[in-house]
Design a protein around this ligand. Structure first.
Ligand code: ZN
Length: 383
């Protein structure tokens, strides 16, 4: 079974070259009759669909069965699979030769699951093989994960197991935020800079004085605001030899195609008990970083037109308490231009008003709240 799949996958990978050949044929066909030309264009489109990732082009959407507290994994998988730029990378991976390697390869098992979803005549499929594969890498079954934590684990497993350096680089480019951290001595103004790469921006829901933010834009603004590093009471500046806390500021140097924002709704108190913050935080369908941040905070290395303009692509929402709860994902279909709600095996079309219900409400202890927000760059290009 595994071997047969492997052969099929290799053929699929080769289709990229075939597509290029078809483009050349298309040029030659210009002199031929109009009908013949249309045939070729149609054929070409079909091949393009095969390459671009069908998850996004299928009619309707396919659910994933809950095989034991894996609603978090299911939600993240749907967000990955509905992103054709991600599935384009997945379709180009090298299939591991050995059956055992195939079973252990997270990207390969994801590719198989994607295929299964596309070919399925059922409303949902079982993500069993992928779950077993993940358990080989210490992602336990029957454990309710935190979606932010699982996203990091999953993404790193995919990246580390993609053998092609080019594809791994594309994946990094697609998801990684690059920031420059500035630490300024308040005694002599000397500055140290540090680059950091992040998969998600962790956003607090309260400011320094414990005032709750109302809008996502305010939480983003706060993340980039300069702050005094209070924990550094023992820091002594090498330049001026003074013992003063430094000021820390953040600058954006690169914003990826898929921008993931982590709303820090789980808060550990002094007694080490984690509680969930249900406070409302609204988020827009479109974000423009050049409007939210100051020119000092938003300074991408390469400035392109509309570089910081994003559209909301997905919301991973959590319902329940910190100890126990349930995840589902709202994802925008890039081809059907509508929102879907993926709740394990149940999938339905939803509207913006339904998604707005995930803003949160302090009085609702079991209410559904947005936890991860995934924005997609408006001007994103073909990879
Ligand atoms: Zn100094």
């Amino acid at each position: 079974m595994g071997q047969n799949f492997a052969r099929r996958k290799r053929n699929k990978t080769l289709k990229l070259d075939e597509y290029q050949t078809v483009s050349a044929e298309d040029e030659e066909a210009e002199e031929e009759k109009e009908e013949r030309k249309e045939d070729i264009v149609e054929k070409c489109n079909k091949k393009l669909k095969a390459i671009c990732g069908l998850a996004d082009l299928r009619n309707g959407a396919v659910g994933l069965y809950n095989i034991g507290l894996n609603c978090c994994l299911n939600s993240l998988l749907q967000v990955f699979f509905m992103n054709r730029y991600f599935t384009m990378i997945l379709r180009r991976i090298k299939v591991p030769f050995d059956v055992d390697e195939q079973k252990a390869s997270v990207p390969y098992q994801m590719l198989l699951l994607l295929e299964q979803m596309q070919q399925s005549k059922q409303k949902s499929v079982h993500p069993m093989s992928l779950a077993q594969c993940l358990s080989r890498h210490n992602v336990k079954l029957f454990v309710l994960y935190d979606a932010a934590e699982l996203f990091l684990i999953l993404w790193n497993l995919i990246k580390d197991q993609i053998t092609s350096p080019d594809l791994a680089e594309s994946l990094t480019h697609q998801y990684t935020i690059r920031l420059k951290e500035h630490l300024t001595c308040q005694g002599c103004s000397c500055e140290t800079k540090k680059d950091s790469n992040l998969l998600m921006l962790p956003l607090h829901l309260f400011d320094f004085d414990s005032r709750a933010f109302k809008k996502l834009e305010d939480a983003l603004h706060y993340f980039f605001e300069s702050e005094q590093m209070t924990e550094e009471s023992t820091f002594r500046c090498k330049q001026c030899n003074q013992k003063v806390p430094r000021l820390r500021g953040m600058k954006v140097t690169y914003l990826p195609q898929m921008l993931t924002l982590h709303l820090k709704r789980f808060h550990s108190s002094e007694r080490h008990r984690t509680r969930k913050i249900n406070n409302p935080l609204s988020f827009p369908q479109s974000l423009d970083f050049s409007q939210i941040l100051t020119p000092e905070q938003y300074c991408p290395d390469i400035q392109e037109k509309d570089d910081g303009v994003y559209d909301l692509f997905a919301v991973v929402a959590h319902a329940g308490s910190a100890d126990f709860g349930h995840y589902c994902a709202y994802v925008w279909s890039l081809t059907e231009h509508k929102w879907y709600c993926f709740n394990d095996s149940s999938v339905c079309q939803v509207f913006w008003d339904d998604i707005k219900c995930t803003y949160g409400r302090a009085s609702l202890r079991w209410g559904e709240t947005a936890y991860l927000l995934v924005y997609m760059k408006k001007n994103c290009k073909e990879l």
